[in-house]
Structures are given as C-alpha cells and as structure tokens.
Design a protein around this ligand. Structure first.
Ligand SMILES: Cc1cc2nc3c(=O)[nH]c(=O)nc-3n(C[C@H](O)[C@H](O)[C@H](O)COP(=O)(O)OP(=O)(O)OC[C@H]3O[C@@H](n4cnc5c(N)ncnc54)[C@H](O)[C@@H]3O)c2cc1C
Length: 348
C-alpha cells in the first residue's frame, strides 16, 4: 500500500476531469488525477465530435444553448489545435416543419447564439451535396473537435503545471470521517490495474468527474444528493468527408439530426435512450439503419458511402425533473457543479 497526499484528487480522465485537473494545477494546488482506463476512454472518446454553436438547443433548452455558445469561444481559444472551425448549417429539409425555423431564429437571438440566414443558392453553393429540396438555411458557429487531442492536450498542460496523472488506476473507495451533517471525505483508495499496487491518497478535496459512472463514485461516500442518468447514443462514420460544414436539421433535437465532418470521414448521429449500465452499451442494427436513413434526408446518396465504424457512448446527465426519468433525449445538457457540503453536509 502506497500513501500519497494531494490538495485535490480528481476522479475521471475525460474532458471534465483533465480540465478540472489543469485548472486546479494552474491555481497552484497539488493535484492527482485517477483514471481507471486510458484518458478519454469513457464518453469523451465515444461522442459525436461536435463543438456546439448552441443552435441545437435554442428552442428546447436556451440555458444550455447559451452555455454552448460561451464554451465554444473558450475552447476554440484554449484548445485551438484540437478544433476545426468548420462552421455549421441548420437546414429545413422537405420533411421538416417550416414553422420551427421561425422559433429557431428568435431563440438564437435570445440565447446569444450567432446565426445568419443564407439564401438557398448560397447554402447549396457552399455545400453542393445538400438535399436540393431544402426550404431554409442558417449559418452558425459549429465546429469539429478531436476529442483525444483535446483531452491529451489538457492532460499534458496539467502535467506541465505539476499535476500527477495516473491512468489505469481505479478508485475503489472514498474514506469518510465523521457522522451525519459533519461528514468529510478525507482520502481516496485506488488500485493500480497494471501495477497491482494499492494507493491511499489523503486529500483536502475530491472532484467527482467520473461522467456516467459519477453516481457510483458518489455512492462510495454514501452520497444521496445526486442522480446521474446514462443516456446512450450511437454514431456511424462513413468513408468520405461529404460536407465541410456541420449539417444540422432545423428541428427539435431528434435522432440522426446532425452530420459532423471529422478529418476524412463524416459522422452521423445520434440516438438517445436511458441505459442501466454505461459499461454495457449496445449498437443495435436497427439504429445503424436509422442513422443511414437519416443521413439520406440531409445528403442524398449518403447510403451509397461505405460505413467504416459505429460506436456508442453514454451521456452523463443530471436527472432533470422536468421530464420523465427515461426521457434522456429531453433532459438538459446544461453543466452542473454540485457541492456535496452544501447539498448534504458531506464536505471534501
Ligand atoms: C452519443 C453521444 C454524443 C455526444 N456528442 C457530443 C458532441 O458532439 N459534442 C459535445 O460537446 N458533447 C457531446 N456529447 C457529450 C460529451 O461527450 C460528454 O458530455 C463528455 O464527454 C463527458 O465527459 P466527462 O469527462 O464528464 O465523462 P467521461 O468522458 O465519461 O469521463 C469519465 C471517466 O471516469 C472514469 N471512471 C469512472 N469510474 C472510475 C473509477 N471508479 N475510478 C477511476 N476512473 C473512473 C471513466 O473511465 C471515464 O474515463 C455526446 C455524448 C454522447 C453519449
């Protein structure tokens, strides 16, 4: 058993964990990050790769839309090497309700999401493979992000500021002292999956950045303040960069409504359903077919490309009481910081 000390222990080596570790290290704190697999092996390596302009949520979830627009500006600056500022289009296809596009335009203005209507000829000029039957088109600041490059870049920067990043180290327990409303997490226990060594890290604070596994980690400290819901989705990559902008259907968020150009491929996604266990995600054959059909609506001929890869990830969603517990599609994508000390008298 090895004993260590740190100001902050961060659990989880996805986008959230490496970002928090970097930030804390830049503030002069001693930081240890523990990741049970490799960096970005959770949701941050199994997502769609879209840097949201915010447009996707301007009607359904304006708070998240505003956060997206703000974050887009920040990460495009601090992770410039991982981001391609492709720009994006929201298009009304022949299958879509034109009335939604009016709400979209008003919502974008209200949420501070930059958006400009294009003539149809201009939209088809910049994206010649688009469905020629589109009825309206809007330009937004969407982009594409290489998730691994971003996560590894943040991790390297955190290390340069002194953070210790331990991959293949699984947190097995959180050590709590005190009783009732006077409890405090004082240490983290972890097991080195490659070294076989057990660690106990005494610390002033633990940050739970375990994504869809966050509920399990909180439960190790007896926390009951937060319910994390895993909303699984699939994506499918085809073997051509069919478009140079992110292409969104101008509709309420729905399955297969976005195509992201990513390096040399195009990625269509995604689906959304609550799953009990983020370690066991399926890629149902019918959902793959559904994605290819959805691609065809935006880009006629989409189905004729070669499918090169399909994958699934689980969104870490905070249970949103506005919708039913199984309706992960409509749960907020907004960011949440939960201080357990304030929520349930569990400090540290
Ligand atoms: C289908 C889908 C599509 C998406 N598309 C987009 C998109 O286009 N754009 C966008 O901005 N967002 C998108 N998202 C959301 C985005 O991917 C997530 O919000 C983000 O990746 C979450 O990062 P995270 O660091 O919080 O979690 P994760 O990346 O899941 O990181 C959590 C980490 O914790 C580790 N961990 C868990 N338990 C332990 C333990 N006991 N000990 C040590 N480590 C542990 C895991 O191994 C994991 O690496 C999408 C999500 C999904 C599912």
């Amino acid at each position: 058993m090895r004993a260590m000390t740190a100001d902050v222990v961060v659990v989880g080596g996805g986008a959230t964990g490496v970002g928090v570790a970097r930030d804390a290290a830049m503030r002069g704190m001693s930081v240890v990050l523990l990741e049970r697999a490799d960096l970005a092996q959770g949701t941050s390596g199994r997502f769609h790769g879209l840097v949201h302009s915010g447009g996707r949520y301007v009607v359904s979830d304006p708070g998240s839309a505003r956060e997206c627009a703000e974050e887009n500006t920040i990460i495009s600056r601090i992770h410039a090497d991982a981001i391609e500022c492709t720009g994006g289009l929201f298009v009304v296809t022949p299958e879509d309700d034109l009335a939604f596009s009016d709400k979209f335009l008003v919502g974008a203005q209200q949420a501070g999401v930059a958006c400009e209507e294009l003539s149809l000829s201009e939209a088809l000029r910049i994206e010649p493979r688009l469905n020629p039957g589109i009825k309206r088109a809007f330009a937004v600041n969407d982009g594409a992000v290489d998730g691994w490059q971003m996560v590894w870049g943040a991790a390297r920067s955190a290390r340069a500021y002194g953070a210790e990043i331990l991959t293949y180290h699984e947190v097995t327990d959180l050590v709590v002292e005190g009783e009732g409303a006077d409890r405090r997490v004082v240490a983290v226990r972890a097991h080195g999956l490659k070294t076989g060594e057990d660690l106990t890290i005494s610390c002033a604070m633990v940050v739970n950045a375990a994504g869809p596994w966050g509920g399990r980690l909180a439960a190790m400290a007896g926390s009951e303040a937060i319910e994390i819901v895993a909303g699984a989705g699939i994506m499918v990559a085809v073997n051509h960069r069919l478009v140079n902008h992110v292409i969104n259907r101008c509709v309420h968020p729905s399955d297969g409504d976005i195509i992201v150009p990513d390096h040399t491929v195009s990625i269509i996604g995604t689906t959304d359903r609550r799953v009990p266990d983020p370690d066991h995600l399926l890629i149902p054959r019918e959902e793959v077919a559904q994605m290819l059909d959805a691609g065809e609506v935006l880009i006629p001929g989409f189905r004729q490309t070669r499918t090169v890869h399909a994958w699934a990830g689980a969104r870490p969603l905070v249970r949103d009481k506005r919708v039913s517990g199984t309706d992960t599609r409509h749960m907020s994508r907004g960011m949440t910081v939960l201080r357990h000390s304030e929520a349930e008298g569990l400090a540290g």
